[in-house]
Write a protein that binds this ligand. Structure first.
Ligand SMILES: [Zn+2]
Length: 379
């Protein structure tokens, strides 16, 4: 743990994530945070020694710090009416297949903002705050985007700055480009955003040369990224770029959709590689916020984010799960993952085997390019 960090990490969540949600065949209509919490509780990783802190709900005044009043009005209007008008759909991307209107939407989205602001406040005490329900990194000031209505990582970063942190590094390991966060701080010398994401995938931004006004770093990676390649990117580019910025706080969107088996992307990381990366990132600064993000395979997401909490708190992960935890995983279902694509180990274990492999030339080129950019800045 960080040299100045003595207190235990804090897990932030809310019962609202189990009570409300996306419906039907939406990719987020799977039990995500509920699975993480049930696994953690079943394995003794949360409880009296590691309580889960209840997330407050952000009020309108707080939301106005980043989102426009027109957009907030439209969101409330759409939820009340049970659907968006044609005008609100066109102006704010609400009520689309991607960003549907469902009961409890406002409260759920506002709670994720409240949770990330609380995470920032806890992190400011030189601690690690873990808020896996956060990470809605595509949200824009005046529109929904990519299943995200508000942008809670932006609020976490703003809170850290308000509290007096001077230089914040944001690292996004989700399979999709962290476009909303990058745009929010484009040209802001206090925030460096670093996003690793699958090349050629929605939202199709975050090209290697795109610096978004100066401080952004983008690492678009080829499909089937393996653990060896990810380690090279971390050691050769992501960590050096983050350190070169000399951050006093770090905010991480870890994602679970860069893991092997995710139905919406084609990256092949093991959860062990993701855990190691996040463990290295939280060492970058005394204040650390770890957020969730995307992830559309309920087995790989539940295992990765429960295991992440065990790792951050130094609790042992059994090789084979006890019956209760196996039952949590066996009880999951997902229309997007075909039965023949379900790895039997997803129901009996938490830890993946590492997925090492050759490091392709484009990875080495990406590292060289980004390292050059970091060295140039340090001079
Ligand atoms: Zn994603």
């Amino acid at each position: 743990m960080h040299a100045e960090r003595a207190m235990r990490p804090v897990f932030i969540s809310s019962p609202i994530y189990r009570a409300t949600g996306y419906a039907g065949n939406h990719p987020l209509a799977i039990p995500r945070i509920g699975t993480v919490e049930r696994l953690c509780a079943g394995l003794g990783w949360t409880g009296p020694a590691h309580p889960i802190l209840d997330s407050p709900k952000a009020d309108r005044a707080l939301l106005l710090r980043f989102h426009s009043p027109d957009y907030l009005d439209a969101l409330q209007r759409a939820e009340r009416a049970g659907g968006a008008s044609a005008e609100d759909r066109a102006r704010h991307q609400l009520g689309t297949l991607e960003n549907p209107i469902f009961p409890g939407l406002w409260d759920r989205a506002a709670t994720s903002v409240g949770g990330s602001v609380l995470a920032a406040e806890i992190a400011h005490q030189d601690r690690i705050a873990y808020h896996p329900a956060g990470g809605t990194h595509h949200g824009r000031p005046d529109r929904a985007s990519g299943f995200c209505y508000f942008n809670d990582p932006v609020f976490a970063i703003l809170r850290l700055l308000d509290l007096g942190r001077r230089r914040v590094v944001y690292v996004d390991l989700d399979a999709h480009h962290g476009d909303g966060v990058e745009a929010a701080f484009a040209g802001d010398p206090r925030v460096r955003t670093i996003s690793m994401h699958e090349a050629g995938r929605w939202p199709f931004t975050g090209l290697a040369h795109d610096r978004a006004g100066g401080q952004a770093c983008n690492l678009p990676v080829p499909a089937h990224l393996n653990d060896s390649e990810f380690d090279r990117l971390m050691q050769g580019a992501i960590l050096p770029l983050a350190r070169a910025f000399h951050p006093d706080a770090v905010v991480i969107t870890m994602g679970a959709d860069a893991l092997r088996g995710d139905p919406l992307s084609r990256l092949d990381l093991s959860n062990v590689a993701l855990w190691q990366a996040v463990e290295a990132l939280v060492q970058l600064a005394p204040a650390a916020v770890v957020l969730g993000g995307g992830g559309y395979n309920p087995w790989t997401l539940g295992r990765a984010w429960a295991g992440m909490w065990a790792r951050l708190t130094g609790q042992a992960i059994p090789d084979v799960l006890p019956a209760g935890a196996q039952a949590v995983l066996a009880g999951l279902d997902c229309d997007l993952v075909e039965p023949e694509d379900r790895d039997p180990a997803w129901e009996t274990t938490i830890r993946d085997p590492r997925n090492d492999g050759p490091v392709r030339p484009e990875i080495a080129a990406l590292v060289a390019r980004q390292r050059q950019a970091a060295l140039t800045e340090e001079v």
